[in-house]
Design a protein around this ligand. Structure first.
Ligand SMILES: C[S@@+](CC[C@H](N)C(=O)[O-])C[C@H]1O[C@@H](n2cnc3c(N)ncnc32)[C@H](O)[C@@H]1O
Length: 260
Protein backbone atom coordinates (compact mmCIF):
# COMPACT_ATOMS: atom_id res chain seq x y z
CA UNK A 1 0.00 0.00 0.00
CA UNK A 2 1.04 3.62 -0.22
CA UNK A 3 2.61 4.44 3.10
CA UNK A 4 0.85 7.77 3.49
CA UNK A 5 0.38 9.97 6.50
CA UNK A 6 -0.54 8.02 9.58
CA UNK A 7 1.12 4.82 8.38
CA UNK A 8 2.43 2.71 11.23
CA UNK A 9 4.66 -0.34 11.17
CA UNK A 10 4.57 -3.56 13.26
CA UNK A 11 7.21 -2.23 15.72
CA UNK A 12 5.03 0.80 16.48
CA UNK A 13 2.01 -1.46 16.93
CA UNK A 14 3.93 -3.80 19.27
CA UNK A 15 4.82 -0.84 21.53
CA UNK A 16 1.23 0.40 21.44
CA UNK A 17 -0.10 -3.12 22.13
CA UNK A 18 1.97 -3.40 25.33
CA UNK A 19 0.46 -0.12 26.56
CA UNK A 20 -3.05 -1.09 25.46
CA UNK A 21 -3.03 -4.67 26.81
CA UNK A 22 -5.74 -4.03 29.43
CA UNK A 23 -8.03 -2.39 26.89
CA UNK A 24 -7.49 -5.25 24.47
CA UNK A 25 -8.56 -7.80 27.10
CA UNK A 26 -11.65 -5.71 27.89
CA UNK A 27 -12.57 -5.63 24.19
CA UNK A 28 -12.53 -9.45 24.08
CA UNK A 29 -14.89 -9.50 27.09
CA UNK A 30 -17.21 -7.04 25.34
CA UNK A 31 -17.30 -9.40 22.32
CA UNK A 32 -18.87 -12.00 24.66
CA UNK A 33 -17.37 -14.87 22.72
CA UNK A 34 -17.03 -18.43 23.82
CA UNK A 35 -15.28 -21.52 22.42
CA UNK A 36 -16.54 -22.37 18.92
CA UNK A 37 -17.29 -18.76 17.91
CA UNK A 38 -16.39 -17.29 14.51
CA UNK A 39 -15.04 -13.76 14.84
CA UNK A 40 -13.50 -10.96 12.75
CA UNK A 41 -10.91 -8.28 13.53
CA UNK A 42 -10.99 -5.41 11.01
CA UNK A 43 -7.70 -3.53 10.58
CA UNK A 44 -5.94 -6.39 12.35
CA UNK A 45 -2.37 -5.10 11.88
CA UNK A 46 0.24 -7.76 12.74
CA UNK A 47 -2.38 -9.98 14.39
CA UNK A 48 -1.90 -9.19 18.08
CA UNK A 49 -5.63 -9.57 18.67
CA UNK A 50 -6.41 -12.34 16.19
CA UNK A 51 -3.92 -14.62 17.96
CA UNK A 52 -5.36 -13.77 21.39
CA UNK A 53 -8.89 -14.35 20.07
CA UNK A 54 -7.84 -17.72 18.63
CA UNK A 55 -7.01 -18.85 22.16
CA UNK A 56 -10.51 -17.84 23.32
CA UNK A 57 -12.52 -19.43 20.48
CA UNK A 58 -10.40 -22.58 20.65
CA UNK A 59 -9.96 -25.34 18.08
CA UNK A 60 -13.72 -25.39 17.27
CA UNK A 61 -13.84 -21.68 16.43
CA UNK A 62 -12.21 -19.51 13.79
CA UNK A 63 -10.72 -16.02 13.67
CA UNK A 64 -10.49 -13.87 10.53
CA UNK A 65 -8.30 -10.79 10.31
CA UNK A 66 -8.58 -8.17 7.55
CA UNK A 67 -6.09 -5.43 6.83
CA UNK A 68 -5.51 -3.44 3.66
CA UNK A 69 -1.73 -3.46 4.15
CA UNK A 70 -0.11 -6.52 2.56
CA UNK A 71 2.97 -6.37 4.79
CA UNK A 72 0.81 -6.35 7.94
CA UNK A 73 -1.11 -9.37 6.67
CA UNK A 74 2.10 -11.26 5.90
CA UNK A 75 3.50 -10.44 9.35
CA UNK A 76 0.23 -11.54 11.00
CA UNK A 77 0.33 -14.85 9.10
CA UNK A 78 3.99 -15.41 10.07
CA UNK A 79 3.27 -14.79 13.76
CA UNK A 80 0.18 -17.04 13.78
CA UNK A 81 2.15 -19.86 12.12
CA UNK A 82 5.00 -19.44 14.62
CA UNK A 83 2.51 -19.91 17.46
CA UNK A 84 0.94 -22.99 15.86
CA UNK A 85 -2.35 -21.17 15.20
CA UNK A 86 -2.32 -21.36 11.40
CA UNK A 87 -5.40 -23.63 11.18
CA UNK A 88 -7.48 -21.43 13.48
CA UNK A 89 -6.70 -17.94 12.18
CA UNK A 90 -6.65 -16.50 8.69
CA UNK A 91 -5.40 -13.02 7.77
CA UNK A 92 -6.36 -11.57 4.40
CA UNK A 93 -5.79 -8.35 2.58
CA UNK A 94 -9.08 -6.50 2.40
CA UNK A 95 -10.77 -3.14 2.77
CA UNK A 96 -12.86 -2.08 5.76
CA UNK A 97 -15.21 -0.36 3.28
CA UNK A 98 -15.98 -3.62 1.42
CA UNK A 99 -15.49 -6.57 3.73
CA UNK A 100 -15.05 -9.80 1.72
CA UNK A 101 -17.66 -11.73 3.72
CA UNK A 102 -21.35 -12.57 3.33
CA UNK A 103 -24.01 -10.91 5.47
CA UNK A 104 -24.44 -12.30 9.00
CA UNK A 105 -21.23 -14.38 9.02
CA UNK A 106 -19.76 -13.61 12.45
CA UNK A 107 -20.69 -14.01 16.11
CA UNK A 108 -18.62 -10.92 16.91
CA UNK A 109 -16.70 -8.27 14.97
CA UNK A 110 -14.17 -5.84 16.39
CA UNK A 111 -11.85 -3.05 15.32
CA UNK A 112 -9.23 -1.21 17.33
CA UNK A 113 -7.57 2.03 16.30
CA UNK A 114 -8.77 1.57 12.73
CA UNK A 115 -11.31 4.36 12.40
CA UNK A 116 -8.76 7.07 13.04
CA UNK A 117 -7.38 6.20 9.58
CA UNK A 118 -10.77 6.34 7.84
CA UNK A 119 -12.38 9.31 6.17
CA UNK A 120 -15.68 7.35 5.82
CA UNK A 121 -16.01 5.64 9.23
CA UNK A 122 -19.78 5.37 8.71
CA UNK A 123 -19.22 3.04 5.74
CA UNK A 124 -16.87 0.84 7.75
CA UNK A 125 -19.36 0.68 10.63
CA UNK A 126 -22.14 -0.35 8.25
CA UNK A 127 -19.88 -3.09 6.85
CA UNK A 128 -19.03 -4.40 10.32
CA UNK A 129 -22.72 -4.51 11.22
CA UNK A 130 -23.62 -6.18 7.90
CA UNK A 131 -21.27 -9.14 8.43
CA UNK A 132 -22.36 -9.64 12.08
CA UNK A 133 -25.12 -12.18 12.83
CA UNK A 134 -28.34 -10.82 14.36
CA UNK A 135 -27.74 -10.92 18.11
CA UNK A 136 -23.97 -10.82 17.50
CA UNK A 137 -21.60 -8.27 18.98
CA UNK A 138 -19.88 -5.26 17.45
CA UNK A 139 -16.97 -3.66 19.36
CA UNK A 140 -15.04 -0.59 18.19
CA UNK A 141 -12.22 1.16 20.03
CA UNK A 142 -10.21 4.20 19.08
CA UNK A 143 -8.01 6.74 20.74
CA UNK A 144 -9.39 10.27 20.84
CA UNK A 145 -6.21 12.10 19.84
CA UNK A 146 -7.74 15.34 21.08
CA UNK A 147 -7.20 13.95 24.58
CA UNK A 148 -3.40 13.80 24.11
CA UNK A 149 -2.08 15.80 27.07
CA UNK A 150 1.41 16.34 28.43
CA UNK A 151 2.58 18.14 31.57
CA UNK A 152 4.68 21.14 30.50
CA UNK A 153 4.95 24.86 31.30
CA UNK A 154 4.39 25.45 27.53
CA UNK A 155 0.62 25.10 27.93
CA UNK A 156 -0.43 26.99 24.79
CA UNK A 157 2.00 25.12 22.55
CA UNK A 158 1.01 21.81 24.10
CA UNK A 159 -2.66 22.42 23.22
CA UNK A 160 -1.66 23.45 19.69
CA UNK A 161 0.32 20.27 19.09
CA UNK A 162 -2.61 18.16 20.30
CA UNK A 163 -4.79 19.80 17.64
CA UNK A 164 -2.14 19.37 14.96
CA UNK A 165 -1.96 15.67 15.80
CA UNK A 166 -5.71 15.19 15.69
CA UNK A 167 -6.42 17.44 12.71
CA UNK A 168 -3.40 17.18 10.41
CA UNK A 169 -1.65 13.88 11.16
CA UNK A 170 -4.63 11.52 10.92
CA UNK A 171 -7.67 11.18 8.65
CA UNK A 172 -10.04 11.09 11.63
CA UNK A 173 -8.08 12.08 14.75
CA UNK A 174 -11.18 12.73 16.87
CA UNK A 175 -12.47 9.26 16.03
CA UNK A 176 -12.80 8.09 19.65
CA UNK A 177 -15.44 10.66 20.58
CA UNK A 178 -17.40 9.92 17.39
CA UNK A 179 -17.80 6.18 17.88
CA UNK A 180 -20.92 6.40 20.02
CA UNK A 181 -22.80 8.40 17.38
CA UNK A 182 -21.56 6.10 14.62
CA UNK A 183 -22.71 2.94 16.39
CA UNK A 184 -26.11 4.49 17.20
CA UNK A 185 -26.45 5.67 13.62
CA UNK A 186 -25.70 2.14 12.39
CA UNK A 187 -28.56 0.76 14.51
CA UNK A 188 -26.42 -1.15 17.03
CA UNK A 189 -28.43 -1.73 20.23
CA UNK A 190 -27.65 -1.86 23.95
CA UNK A 191 -24.60 0.33 23.58
CA UNK A 192 -22.00 0.37 26.36
CA UNK A 193 -19.09 2.79 26.58
CA UNK A 194 -15.74 2.11 28.24
CA UNK A 195 -13.13 4.82 28.65
CA UNK A 196 -9.60 3.50 28.95
CA UNK A 197 -6.98 5.94 30.23
CA UNK A 198 -3.38 5.39 29.13
CA UNK A 199 -0.32 7.12 30.51
CA UNK A 200 3.34 7.22 29.57
CA UNK A 201 6.18 8.43 31.80
CA UNK A 202 9.02 8.60 29.27
CA UNK A 203 9.41 11.01 26.35
CA UNK A 204 11.06 8.45 24.05
CA UNK A 205 8.01 6.18 24.07
CA UNK A 206 5.59 9.10 23.87
CA UNK A 207 7.54 10.53 20.94
CA UNK A 208 7.12 7.24 19.10
CA UNK A 209 3.48 6.62 20.00
CA UNK A 210 2.40 10.21 19.36
CA UNK A 211 4.45 10.51 16.17
CA UNK A 212 5.92 13.74 17.48
CA UNK A 213 8.36 14.10 14.56
CA UNK A 214 5.46 14.19 12.13
CA UNK A 215 3.44 16.47 14.40
CA UNK A 216 6.29 19.00 14.75
CA UNK A 217 6.84 19.04 10.97
CA UNK A 218 3.12 19.42 10.29
CA UNK A 219 2.80 22.17 12.90
CA UNK A 220 5.41 24.26 11.13
CA UNK A 221 4.32 23.32 7.60
CA UNK A 222 0.69 24.30 8.25
CA UNK A 223 1.63 27.47 10.12
CA UNK A 224 -0.07 26.26 13.32
CA UNK A 225 3.18 26.81 15.25
CA UNK A 226 6.46 28.61 14.67
CA UNK A 227 9.75 26.72 14.65
CA UNK A 228 10.60 28.48 17.89
CA UNK A 229 7.39 27.30 19.59
CA UNK A 230 8.08 23.74 18.46
CA UNK A 231 11.67 23.88 19.74
CA UNK A 232 10.61 25.24 23.14
CA UNK A 233 7.91 22.59 23.49
CA UNK A 234 10.31 19.79 22.54
CA UNK A 235 12.89 21.17 24.99
CA UNK A 236 10.32 21.32 27.79
CA UNK A 237 9.44 17.65 27.23
CA UNK A 238 13.14 16.74 27.29
CA UNK A 239 13.64 18.72 30.52
CA UNK A 240 10.79 16.86 32.21
CA UNK A 241 12.23 13.60 30.94
CA UNK A 242 15.71 14.38 32.28
CA UNK A 243 14.18 15.27 35.66
CA UNK A 244 12.25 11.97 35.69
CA UNK A 245 8.90 13.83 35.74
CA UNK A 246 7.68 13.41 32.15
CA UNK A 247 3.98 12.57 32.20
CA UNK A 248 1.56 12.21 29.30
CA UNK A 249 -1.89 10.69 28.99
CA UNK A 250 -4.64 9.97 26.52
CA UNK A 251 -8.00 8.19 26.45
CA UNK A 252 -9.22 5.29 24.36
CA UNK A 253 -12.99 5.16 23.80
CA UNK A 254 -14.56 1.73 23.35
CA UNK A 255 -18.18 1.34 22.26
CA UNK A 256 -19.80 -2.07 22.13
CA UNK A 257 -23.29 -3.29 21.39
CA UNK A 258 -25.53 -5.91 19.82
CA UNK A 259 -26.77 -6.16 16.24
CA UNK A 260 -30.58 -6.33 16.31
C1 LIG B 1 -3.17 1.65 14.26
S1 LIG B 1 -3.24 0.13 13.37
C2 LIG B 1 -4.07 -0.92 14.55
C3 LIG B 1 -3.82 -2.39 14.35
C4 LIG B 1 -4.51 -3.33 15.33
N1 LIG B 1 -5.95 -3.17 15.30
C5 LIG B 1 -4.00 -3.15 16.74
O1 LIG B 1 -4.76 -2.67 17.60
O2 LIG B 1 -2.83 -3.48 16.99
C6 LIG B 1 -4.45 0.38 12.13
C7 LIG B 1 -4.49 -0.72 11.09
O3 LIG B 1 -5.61 -0.47 10.22
C8 LIG B 1 -5.21 -0.78 8.89
N2 LIG B 1 -6.10 -0.05 7.98
C9 LIG B 1 -6.14 1.27 7.75
N3 LIG B 1 -7.10 1.57 6.86
C10 LIG B 1 -7.71 0.40 6.51
C11 LIG B 1 -8.77 0.03 5.63
N4 LIG B 1 -9.43 0.95 4.92
N5 LIG B 1 -9.13 -1.26 5.54
C12 LIG B 1 -8.48 -2.21 6.26
N6 LIG B 1 -7.45 -1.93 7.10
C13 LIG B 1 -7.06 -0.65 7.23
C14 LIG B 1 -3.75 -0.36 8.83
O4 LIG B 1 -3.06 -0.99 7.76
C15 LIG B 1 -3.24 -0.79 10.21
O5 LIG B 1 -2.73 -2.10 10.21
Amino acid sequence: MTQGMGYVDPAYLDAAARLAAGGKRLSYERMRISPGATVLDVGCGPGTDTRALAEIVGAGGFVHGIDHDREMVEEAERRAAAEGLAGRVEHRQGDAYALPFADATFDAVRSERLFLHLDRPDRATAEMVRVTKPGGRVVVADTDWGTRSVDTPEVEAERKIARVLAEHCLANGYSGRRLYGLMRGAGVRDLAVDLIPLHVDGYELWRLLSRMEMAFEEAVRTGAMTEDEVRRLDDSFRDRDAAGTFFASTTVVMVSGTKP
